[in-house]
Design a protein around this ligand. Structure first.
Ligand code: 9MR
Length: 457
């Protein structure tokens, strides 16, 4: 069989699925027809293709149509930022963020969380804080927001834009930085505790050119975090390009060098000002660079149509103001279809499966599982639903044949592999008739086949 780039890209996925069936004859995987959407094309190599979404635009049918068709990862453009989610201290507000999250999840899309801690778009009450009070307020924010969305976020931008531009290689001066240089690692530790299943990213702009002092400074921070065991899983390169800040010739080198530190790399806010074939070529180069780096797990563009962009006059996106595909769309799709090196090695495609167990019936309950599986581990979120009578307590039994529980939330556990039983905690014992509650756990190994079954207590 002649191995085309595309068939090579498909092998890791097919090999995983087909292991059990191999044995007798090795059948060459069919070369798939070219995918016709960005998400489907990216999925061929185990990657995602995402976009920033504004809650206010979801009611625009052209916008929502393109979103639902083309993308499999969503970032809230502004709705998860500190000013949006904690407008008054300790009063959290998730309405607009939830609209985006619920829309994405109902369409089977995953979510990048953006952003837990940032010097910009802070709520007014935070802007004038300093010292220990600010440090604690920041950590509380990280904990509350990451806990609220636990189990629903693929990756969090835990800290955004903390380095200075220019040649200093220094941290950016900000109220958060003045609470002490360890504010970034403190934020990452709080995020890990709050949502152990989310990948934790450091995200920044002007970190695309390997020779830039800012790129080097972020690299050294990530290297330091890895060496000291600070929990960091990914680096986000925003990648906002225009004629003053073009796609650098060493872009792929930058992606590869970060990946070599043992983190995933994600292109998180891609837009490239311009038009026609020049813009198309630039999008193609960026896409090819990601595909060539095994741990570049996906690309997110910062908006759908040019008119949706934060810099609309630069027409930097893949669809024109009427929602038509631009040349840049076609070159991006073609680059994804042409494939590159193998897909992400440490994180294969995340799958979500749902199994419904026993019928709730009168007085009973049912349990369903949503599973987030990657190579080394998984996060399972279990939804308990009451039947026609309210629950006063519940137990869910799960079967974990090839994995071990390493952490859990919102339920008390007995056992950590094989048959594992989960009992409500105080605050979620009572579930109204027809209502539901969730608990979850993370584990190493394989979380498939949990087959949850619920019993009312
Ligand atoms: O696209 C966002 C725009 O709607 C907001 O007005 C702006 C406010 O800071 O933030 C934009 O998104 C930024 C992102 O959160 C972080 N990286 C730079 C993005 C573009 O400015």
């Amino acid at each position: 069989m002649k191995l085309t780039a595309k068939s090579v890209a498909l092998i890791p996925i097919i090999a995983t699925v087909a292991t059990a069936a191999i044995g007798a004859t090795l059948i060459a995987p069919p070369v798939a027809n070219a995918a016709t959407t960005l998400a489907a094309a990216a999925q061929q190599s185990g990657r995602y293709f995402g976009t920033a979404v504004a809650a206010s635009r979801l009611s625009d049918s052209t916008y929502a149509g393109i979103l639902n068709r083309e993308f499999d990862m969503v970032t809230a453009e502004n709705e998860m930022k500190m000013d949006a989610t904690e407008p008054n201290q300790n009063q959290f507000s998730y309405g607009n963020a939830d609209r985006i999250v619920n829309q994405a999840r109902s369409q089977g899309k995953r979510i990048r969380g953006h952003a837990l801690a940032w010097h910009s778009q802070q709520p007014g009450w935070m802007q004038n804080m300093s010292g220990t009070a600010l440090r604690n307020a920041m950590l509380n924010h990280v904990t509350q927001v990451a806990t609220y969305y636990r189990g629903k976020i693929y990756a969090w931008d835990v800290v955004n834009e903390a380095f200075a531009d220019g040649s200093s290689g220094a941290r950016r001066d900000s109220n958060l930085q003045r609470t002490g240089n360890d504010w970034i690692e403190a934020a990452f530790r709080a995020a890990r505790t709050a949502d152990p299943g989310a990948k934790l990213c450091y995200n920044d702009y002007n970190t695309d050119d390997w020779s830039h002092a800012k790129t080097q400074a972020v690299y050294r921070m990530v290297q330091d975090f890895k060496s000291r065991g600070v929990p960091i899983d990914c680096v986000g390169l925003q990648s906002h390009f225009n004629s003053q800040s073009p796609v650098p010739s060493n872009y792929q080198t930058t992606l590869q060098n970060f990946a070599n530190l043992g983190v995933d790399v994600q292109i998180t806010e891609l837009d490239i000002e311009g038009s026609g074939s020049t813009q198309a070529q630039n999008y193609q180069r960026v896409t090819q660079a990601c595909l060539a780096v095994a741990r570049c797990t996906g690309i997110t563009v910062w908006g759908i149509r040019d008119t949706d962009s934060w810099r609309a006059s630069g027409t930097p996106l893949l669809f024109d103001g009427s929602g038509n595909k631009k040349a840049a769309y076609n070159s991006t799709l073609d680059a994804l279809n042409a494939g590159g090196g193998p897909g992400p090695t440490t994180t294969t495609t995340t799958t979500t499966t749902t199994t419904t167990s026993n019928d709730p019936g009168t007085g009973g309950c049912s349990a369903t599982v949503s599973l987030n599986q990657w190579n080394e581990g998984f996060v399972a979120t279990i939804k308990v639903t009451a039947g026609s009578t309210a629950l006063r307590g519940w137990t869910v039994s799960t079967t974990l044949s090839n994995g071990t529980v390493t952490g859990s939330w919102s339920a008390t556990r007995s056992g950590n592999s094989g048959t594992v039983n989960w009992t409500n905690v105080d605050y979620n014992a009572n579930v109204p008739a027809g209502g539901s509650t969730e608990f979850g756990f993370q584990g190493s190994g394989n979380g498939s086949g949990l087959n949850p079954s619920c019993t009312a207590r």
